[in-house]
Design a protein around this ligand. Structure first.
Ligand SMILES: Nc1ncnc2c1ncn2[C@@H]1O[C@H](COP(=O)(O)OP(=O)(O)O)[C@@H](O)[C@H]1O
Ligand SMILES: [Mg+2]
Length: 594
């Protein structure tokens, strides 16, 4: 029923450690409760000694008295020591286990992310996905660690203390317990307030950080439009909001401790007052009063923590619910069993239509074409005509809504997704470089491929027209790229991305608008390298700029998701269609660029 029950598997996995933890909890509480009886004994010993001293001093054995006192205090000291050691062990077992489960859970969630399709990532914001992994899991960890630890502790302590109290004096027990329900109710209410307020503080804080993050990534725009002051003002408003919430939380927190102290005080007064009366009636010895004061103090914190425990418990429950929601969504892409035969390459689109599930936009309408080893295909069309969608479908980021795609005559869906993606070396339209060295960014193309010799990435980089540039950097290939590679120009980024794809050596190289930021002569140079097949069997050039398609033997022209033309450039020029228009329109522009 409860979302947290999905953690039972993990709890079971670490049952040994947790059982040990329970044992330590029992032990530490035993050593915490038992000394109260010893203190009672010591006080009674002292008071009896004083009475003896007054009534018949000649019969007194001082050395016996001190010996007994020494024995009692040594025991009290040893018990405190054992309690400390066992408390340490409790944390070492239960809290450490919670960290282990947290680690497992993080891996499980992250592993699940890896399996999800693109649609999933578009449906959920990055912030959402990050929160699942950090905040929600850490809330759940609080349940597994502190909640279980303090929960067990409270339970064990409560039972132990209650048994000891009733054994000593049932009436006094009843009396000191009078304020306890009030205490736990108050603590619960204050805690609820703290929870609400700390959530607000968290929200204010994360809104500040996303504000600052956006400001920092847009710093150039902010400066060039001279809007620093406006940002400063907005920041101040945000900070004020945060300060207000934080101060409110502080006030509630400040009420919390005095409240508890007050209630301990009431119980203590009851123990002394009612206890004194009981001593007067000779129903209990004076030491029992001291014993009860210790019990009251022992109980107060666990009872106070009940409210805290329940609130954390609720929060963990909500978090686990969100995590489960994620873990229960399955990728829509079903993995096939076959492996692609890498010696062959024939790619065919059979009347492929595709509608983006998230937006309902129909990006492709019954598109067919065939590409085989040794061929270079150019795909062109206006922005939004569906060019990039073709690349996404080929790599099986999505499955066609209608029609099918075959590779070597077999439907893509029959293959394992990983083996299909291994066939293609894609240079995506949006370049992404990691905050790492240039070398590692290129090597990312074929991580773990030990057959590739040391110079292979230099070769890839040379063919991508990047090598000369890199040599100009003082650190060469070890140059670190900042967040999103800010130190490189647009063209350099694109070429790094191409080098990465070349390094991968997939059967089919796909460039999706990857030369748009590269100057014409460099473009020509790169294309010359690429058309001499080296490591790849087929090449797909996607671009709205026809000059990029210059090496292509086959051209596919798309318009609003439909295939309007398909054939050799010569044929298309003759038929005077869209392609011919593109060539005629774009040529003068190209001339002026030169
Ligand atoms: N992830 C997406 N979700 C929804 N619609 C998309 C997505 N990507 C592209 N589209 C839409 O699909 C159509 C084709 O896009 P795309 O293949 O990127 O065109 P091109 O690469 O030719 O510019 C466009 O109308 C675009 O708005
Ligand atoms: Mg595109």
């Amino acid at each position: 029923m409860s979302a947290l029950s999905s953690l039972n598997g993990y709890i079971w996995k670490y049952r040994g450690r947790l059982a040990l933890g329970l044992f330590f909890v029992l032990g530490s509480n035993f050593f915490a409760v038992f000394p109260a009886g010893l203190i009672q004994e010591s006080i009674d010993l002292v008071s009896e000694y004083l009475i003896e001293l007054k009534t018949n001093p000649e019969r007194i054995q001082t050395s016996d008295f001190f010996q007994a006192l020494l024995r009692l205090s040594t025991l009290i000291f040893l018990f405190a020591l054992f309690k400390g050691i066992l408390l340490f062990m409790v944390r070492q077992t239960i809290i450490v286990t919670s960290r282990w489960i947290e680690y497992d859970l993080k891996n499980e969630v992250f592993g699940h992310y890896q399996k999800m399709d693109l649609e999933f990532f578009r449906r959920h914001s990055t912030g959402d996905l990050m929160n699942r992994l950090s905040e929600d899991i850490s809330n759940v960890r609080m349940y597994l660690g502190p909640v279980i630890m303090y929960g067990l502790n409270t339970l064990v302590l409560f039972v132990l203390v209650l048994v000891m109290m009733i054994k000593t004096s049932p009436f006094l027990t009843l009396m000191v317990f009078v304020p306890l329900p009030l205490l736990s109710a108050l603590v619960y209410l204050v805690n609820k307030r703290i929870l609400v307020q700390s959530t607000k503080v968290q929200e204010a804080l994360s809104s500040i950080s996303s504000f600052v993050q956006e400001f920092l990534s847009g710093i150039r725009i902010v400066k060039s439009y001279g809007r620093q002051e406006e940002f400063e003002g907005r920041f101040e408003v945000q900070s004020q909001g945060y300060r207000q919430e934080a101060v409110r939380l502080m006030i509630t927190n400040a009420i919390f401790f005095p409240l508890i102290l007050l209630l301990i005080g009431i119980s203590t007064v009851l123990a002394v007052g009612v206890g004194g009366w009981e001593v007067h009636q000779e129903r209990i010895s004076p030491g029992v009063i001291a014993e009860f004061i210790i019990y009251v103090n022992l109980l107060t914190w666990p009872v106070a923590s009940l409210g805290w425990i329940t609130s954390i418990w609720q929060r963990a429950e909500a978090s686990q619910l969100r995590i489960n929601e994620f873990l229960n969504t399955q990728s829509k892409l079903k993995d096939g069993k076959l492996k692609v035969n890498s010696n062959q390459f024939v790619l065919e689109f059979h009347s492929v239509s595709f509608t983006y599930p998230e937006t309902g936009i129909q990006a492709l309408k019954s598109v067919s074409f065939r590409l085989e080893a040794g061929q270079i295909l150019g795909i062109t069309g206006k922005t939004g005509s569906g060019k990039s969608t073709i690349a996404l479908l080929m790599l099986r980021f999505y499955d066609p809504s209608k029609g099918h795609i075959t590779l070597n005559g077999i439907d893509l869906r029959e293959y394992s997704v990983a083996s299909v993606r291994a066939v293609f070396s894609l240079v995506p339209q949006d370049v992404f470089l990691f905050s790492d060295t240039i070398e590692n960014n290129i090597r990312f193309g074929a991580e773990g491929n030990t057959e590739i010799d040391e110079d292979a990435f230099v070769a890839a980089s040379t063919r991508a027209g990047l090598h000369q540039n890199v040599l100009e950097f003082s650190a060469g290939y070890q140059t670190r790229l900042g967040e999103r590679g800010v130190t490189l120009s647009g063209g350099q980024k694109q070429r790094s991305s191409i080098a990465r794809a070349l390094f991968k050596k997939g059967s089919c190289l796909v460039l999706d608008d990857s030369l748009s930021a590269v100057d014409t002569s460099t473009e020509r140079e790169i294309l010359n390298h690429l058309k001499q097949f080296n490591g790849h069997k087929a090449l797909i050039l996607i671009s709205h700029r026809v000059s990029t398609l210059q090496p292509a033997q086959l051209i596919l022209v798309l318009d609003e998701g439909k295939r309007v033309e398909f054939g050799s450039p010569e044929e298309l020029m003759k038929s005077k269609g869209l392609y011919c228009q593109f060539v005629e329109h774009q040529s003068p522009v190209r001339m002026s660029e030169l």
